[in-house]
Design a protein around this ligand. Structure first.
Ligand code: SF4
Length: 683
């Protein structure tokens, strides 16, 4: 029982977006154990190898403990005063030379809500630009755009506790067994107790082994797949006509479009046999309470927003969203606080709470709290920041806790952008690939050393509490933003993280009912939560959708091919993703015991392709795309379909993102990580 547990600090996991509550045991200022909280709202006594064991990085001798400043080509330790003075002078010079829009910041899904709020406030009020973005641009920006267009709000529609009660779950483009293991385990448990499972993923991901139907579409053909399922729901009389009449719009246009997506045509486009498509449609269509859970396999495409919206069509057709007849459409967020970073307005077009910067009413609400005008022109998205830097228009870039040179696509061009920018400032734990290109590197704290809140994948705010002191002179991003504002002669207000969340509630009424005190008492509270005396909304849209007309909006976007196609020169399709023991660029999980669990990354390829290209298991391969080259070790695996190869992005030294393209979602610019044409050659 918890009575037998050692005294511990309760916090929220800083790895994936599940948001497991963890009890951190310490001794002598160091973490000695991380225990999954038995009363954790999401994890209920469970955690994965990342949350439990990947904390060795905290005491790594490679941790940055002093600010670094570039002099004579090298990075040298300096005082905070000198580093911040240099940055403040550089920012002032950039604004003087090119105006406020010559400065940009990439905020962080790893940082707390309060830190993200403060970063966007600094950029909008101290600098005077909307050039602030976060890494949701690279993962779930199509979810925000697609779910907002379909339903009105950018978050998932339901609480995972409800999703887990579903009698049929459609898991699309996600590998929760490895990437979100606590969710994967809870889904698997539900399936073992009788729920039906449809998995749609090109790879034989862990859950596919337990699926009633596994659809394996060619990468880049999701929209056709979803339209094929929608066609069958209508053709087989499985749509909810009352719901469609009373609560949805766009049906005639969708019906007209779906004439072009009969099973045989969808089979041609996607490679999914028509009978599998029919079986999947019947399972989802006949379930009493179907649910959809999806991941980056839906979003990271040239038409990722169309993918989200055409997937949402299925829930609308079934009346399985905003009703007691299903559990909607629920994105699995990759990073711990990618939902929160966007909720806090670290976006170039949206203020905290998703008011548009182009909307005078939304701006006026922020201006009333901040006391200064808010610029009304949307700022640059991350890929646009790099393009502007290469073109000479961006004169200062602040990168907070993101290793963009490792994780962003076409990474050689990202590095070139940083090298072209006169001032690059980097908040980091380690001398990352990005920090190596910076002019100033500021040592900051990790999630186990921070105070604030995160928002998990089903919109729950939870507290983050410092368990151990920071190493050396490292400071929280919160303190760094304040110190830089001070150096610029600006008072940002918000003296503490608790004050910051309170101010955020003034700017964004949707968060007005949240506070650190309340979270300390209640553990987890979902947004929308406008009232401190009432619970947050776990299930959305029970009364009406949040669209202007109160209805769910079906989309009739046609299938369009991906930006990359294999050909004779580049015959294989590379898909990138995550593996179980590591996390994103691996900067934390590779510095500790998890490296022994998964010491090297592989390029997985199917036995047929291994035979065709003369590749032995374990061979060192040269992998080339139209954008760059990488060296990877081959692993022959039937998990990957013929004609496709798979690799994670956890080992930047492999250079896998030298291969990926700069094709981006036509609506949000989210990179097309899931479709890159490559060729392999063995020595
Ligand atoms: Fe939970 Fe995700 Fe952390 Fe694992 S990485 S412990 S699943 S929040």
């Amino acid at each position: 029982t918890s009575a037998h547990r050692p005294a511990a600090i309760r916090t929220t996991c800083g790895y994936c977006g599940v948001g497991c509550a963890l009890d951190v045991v310490t001794a002598g200022g160091e973490v000695t154990a991380v225990l999954p909280a038995r009363d954790g709202p999401v994890n209920r006594g469970h955690a994965c190898v990342k949350g439990r064991f990947a904390h060795g990085y905290l005491t790594s001798p490679e941790r940055l403990t002093r600010p670094l400043l570039r002099r004579d080509g090298g990075l040298e330790p300096v005082s905070w005063e000198e580093a911040l003075g240099h940055v403040a002078r550089g920012l002032r010079a950039a604004v003087a030379d090119g105006g406020a829009d010559a400065v940009a910041a990439i905020s962080s899904a790893r940082a707390t809500n309060e830190e993200n709020y403060l970063v966007q406030k600094f950029m909008r009020t101290a600098i005077g630009t909307n050039n602030v973005d976060n890494c949701s641009r690279l993962c779930h920006s199509p979810s925000a755009a697609g779910l907002t267009a379909s339903f009105g709000l950018s978050g998932g529609t339901d609480c995972f506790d409800d999703v887990e009660r579903s009698d049929c779950v459609l898991v699309v483009g996600a590998n929760p067994v490895e990437a979100h293991p606590v969710v994967g385990a809870r889904l698997l448990q539900r399936v073992l107790r009788g729920a039906r499972l449809v998995v749609a993923d090109p790879r034989a991901v862990g859950l596919a082994l337990h699926a009633d139907v596994h659809l394996r579409p060619r990468p880049g053909t999701n929209v056709a797949l979803f339209h094929g399922l929608a066609h069958l729901l209508l053709a087989e009389g499985l749509a909810d006509e009352n719901f469609l009449r009373e609560r949805a719009t766009g049906l005639p246009e969708l019906i007209a479009l779906l004439d072009d997506y009969p099973p045989h045509r969808v089979a041609e486009i996607t490679g999914v046999p028509a009978e599998d498509l029919v079986a999947a449609a019947r399972l989802y269509g006949r379930a009493r309470q179907p649910a959809i859970v999806y991941g980056l396999g839906v979003t990271e495409h040239l038409h990722g927003t169309d993918g989200v919206r055409s997937l949402a069509n299925l829930a609308i057709l079934r009346g399985a969203v905003g009703t007691d007849r299903g559990y909607g459409v629920n994105p699995l967020r990759g990073q711990n606080n990618v939902q929160g970073a966007s909720d806090m307005g670290a976006l170039p077009d949206l203020l905290p709470g998703y008011g548009k910067v182009t909307d005078p009413t939304a701006r006026a609400r922020a201006e009333a709290v901040w006391g200064v005008p808010v610029p009304g022109r949307p700022g640059l998205r991350i890929p646009e920041m790099f393009a502007a830097a290469r073109a000479g228009g961006l004169r200062a870039l602040w990168v907070i806790g993101e290793d963009v040179c490792a994780t962003d696509p076409d990474s050689d061009r990202v590095a070139a952008a940083l090298d072209a920018c006169p001032l690059v400032v980097c908040n980091e734990l380690f001398l990352s690939e990005t920090a190596r290109h910076a002019d100033v590197v500021l040592p900051v704290t990790s999630w186990l050393e921070k105070d604030g809140t995160f928002v998990n994948f089903d919109r729950r705010f939870q507290r983050v509490r410092p368990a151990v002191p920071p190493p050396g002179e490292a400071r929280s991003d919160f303190d760094v933003v304040h110190a830089l504002a001070d150096a610029m002669g600006t008072d940002l207000g918000c003296p503490t993280p608790a004050d910051t969340l309170a101010e955020c509630g003034q700017v964004a009424p949707v968060f007005a009912g949240l506070s650190h005190d309340r979270l300390d008492r209640e553990g987890a509270v979902p947004w929308p939560c406008p009232d401190p005396g009432r619970p947050g909304k776990a299930k959305l849209y029970e009364e009406r959708f949040a669209t202007p007309d109160g209805r769910a909006h079906l989309t009739a976007a046609p299938y369009l091919p991906p930006g990359e196609q294999p050909d004779d020169a580049y015959p294989l399709v590379l898909v990138t993703g995550r593996r179980w023991a590591h996390y994103n660029s691996g900067s934390m999980t590779r510095r500790g015991g998890n490296l022994a669990l998964d010491p090297v990354d592989f390029l997985d390829l199917h036995p047929d392709d291994a035979l065709r290209y003369g590749v032995r298991d374990g061979a060192r391969l040269t992998v080339e795309s139209r954008h760059g080259q990488a060296r990877l070790v081959a692993r022959i695996s039937e998990q990957t379909a013929p004609g496709q190869v798979f690799c994670s992005f956890h080992f930047p030294s492999n250079g896998v993102n030298r291969l990926t393209s700069d094709h981006g979602d036509t609506v949000t610019s989210c990179p097309e990580y899931k479709v890159t044409a490559v060729r392999v050659s063995a020595p």
